[in-house]
Design a protein around this ligand. Sequence first.
Ligand SMILES: Cc1ncc(COP(=O)(O)O)c(C=O)c1O
Ligand SMILES: [Zn+2]
Length: 421
Amino acid sequence: MSASTIEKKTLREGAFGNATGLSCRECGHQIELGPNYACPECFGPLEIAYDFPAVTREQIEAGPANIWRYKALLPVPDDIEQSPNTEPGFTRLLKAHNLGRELGIDNLWVKDDSTNPTNSFKDRVVACALSAAREFDAKVFACPSTGNLANAVAAAGARAGIKTVVFIPSNLEQPKQVNSAIFTENLIAVDGNYDDVNKLASEIAGEEDGWAFVNVNVRPYYAEGSKTLGYEIAEQLGWRLPDQIVIPVASGSQLTKVDKAFQELIKLGLVEDKPYRVFGAQAEGCSPVSVAYKAGVDAIRPVKPDTIAKSLAIGNPADGIYVLDVCKRTGGAVEDITDDQIRDAIVLLARTEGIFTETAGGTTVGVLKKLVETGQLDTSLETVVINTGHGLKTLDAVSGRVSARATIAPSYDAFVAANII
Ligand SMILES: Cc1ncc(COP(=O)(O)O)c(C=O)c1O
Ligand SMILES: [Zn+2]
């Protein structure tokens, strides 16, 4: 289970930058870098361990306006900019005056990751996974996906000239399907939910030679890409951590890696050590982590997803227990909202800040609102909410809510008669 069929015998010197090995998140057992994802001792998930050199703010600021400005903190070679990839990251951090006023939050920011190359934060993780897949000489670049990941893998593979195969649940939104199929001829729709697709991917990864499934057998490398969201937020705030942050949860990887990024910045002396609270956002129709949080239990009970937030529809989240750890340790929480509240929040963000988010972002903004209403979030503290994907990919979610106010004849009289102003 822990070894994969893309094993490469000798790795290039410096292939993974300052990464030193793979470390088990459960028992701490360390193994050498390779295409492995499960601990040989206890089957716990592996993550990248590093020996970071001294890194200065100035070195980072002198880097490119994409995630590679943080390459010293990622498992990538020093010459990563030379290999073709989609160059995601360094997306805008917008002060959300209007939304803040609406929700009664004094100091609110939106980290808008919908402007990445394929319009979601997944381009970040895929860029790191692609680097690893190259170093392991993978022949096929693949993923099971709730939609956005497939878009990012298909685009990155096209640009890198590597064969891609992406697997999705067959009931996925049409725009997300087209956004993959435009980049690859190998979009495979599976009759089942994401958890079925994920299981199939694990089986293929174990049986077929040369397949790099970004979020399965190269998951430790992939997951590190989400740290760049945390680095960017801190840098864009003027090398300061926010007091509170709200992050959507599907597998839970992103949330745990933003926390890892904040911890690393503190250890490296790049930001001042201070308390911060991490909040997780789920849709009620797929809320295994929030249910566990509210019940005060440590185990996640898998669910069958039923929500419009299809990108977050993972019923058996791999990093769910670690999300609970982070949210509890930092004094945050995990909360969920209904599909109607998700739709309302998509419209709210659009009307207040001019940002069109997908259902995952609707979930995050809607949970932010609920956290305020239930007194779980301190409205006097600096708060960041992450918008992880673009609304054009989930148009159907709000097409019943917003439409032309009137259809009129092309005449001034018709305009007046319509009583628009
Ligand atoms: C738009 C969007 N936001 C958030 C997530 C959640 O990511 P994670 O699986 O790292 O929790 C996903 C996952 O597919 C996504 O597509
Ligand atoms: Zn272990």
